[in-house]
Design a protein around this ligand. Sequence first.
Ligand SMILES: Nc1ncnc2c1ncn2[C@@H]1O[C@H](COP(=O)(O)OP(=O)(O)OP(=O)(O)O)[C@@H](O)[C@H]1O
Ligand SMILES: [Mg+2]
Length: 240
Amino acid sequence: MIVSVRDLHKRFGDLEVLKGVDLDVERGEVVVVMGPSGSGKTTLIRCLNLLEVPDAGTVRICGHELTKRSAREVRRRTAMVFQQFNLFPHMTALQNVMEGPLSVRRVPRAQAEPQARELLARVGLADKCDCYPAKLSGGQKQRVAIARALAMKPEVILFDEPTSALDPELHAEVLQVMRELAREGMTMVVVTHETAFAREVADRVVFMDGGTVISQGPPSSFFTDPDHPRVRAFLRLVAS
Ligand SMILES: Nc1ncnc2c1ncn2[C@@H]1O[C@H](COP(=O)(O)OP(=O)(O)OP(=O)(O)O)[C@@H](O)[C@H]1O
Ligand SMILES: [Mg+2]
């Protein structure tokens, strides 16, 4: 099991956001997380790499429990792709992709640079290596962010609504890169409301509501025969 979450709780002040989440993700699995706004999706995936510190429960990544003490080592096995890209604005695309390997993984520059170029080529941006983020479209920025995540050689990539800040015509190029990663066997947890992508690429769809997982299953049954009224209501909403 790459990710194993047990009875995870998280509150912000008086607001209990995660109320006992259980989640397992196997190697090579693509898990899509859906659910209404405020249900705790972002908080959950931020807890998976300690961007948020859970109040109770356990997170295991590749069998290692994620704690404050183990954070540096365990966190390295995950990479995150954010809705708002979070690229370093003062660095070129190439420098953005090289930064993690150089400073965290201590890869020599002579090795990090060709690897970064190769990753940018893989996401279709071989010709944008020297561009700063301000000169890139949203879809290009997000593809640099995916290359940056891959540069850390993670065991699992966590995506938080990777297309929702993009104009609709730019969704496809990002989803295509994600589809290829899935095909190559990358383990992925993807918060998204892209139902066509989920139907095609997800091995499993997990539905959160009110801070817990209330339903999950393969896309074939999740979309065609939802077992829970809240899921049915939600799917009607995203389809419209
Ligand atoms: N740092 C924080 N401080 C206080 N409240 C927070 C914080 N982060 C999230 N929350 C609250 O926790 C709840 C769950 O937030 P979260 O971002 O996890 O939801 P979500 O399912 O990702 O929603 P969306 O679909 O809108 O992205 C929300 O009510 C949010 O306002
Ligand atoms: Mg969110």
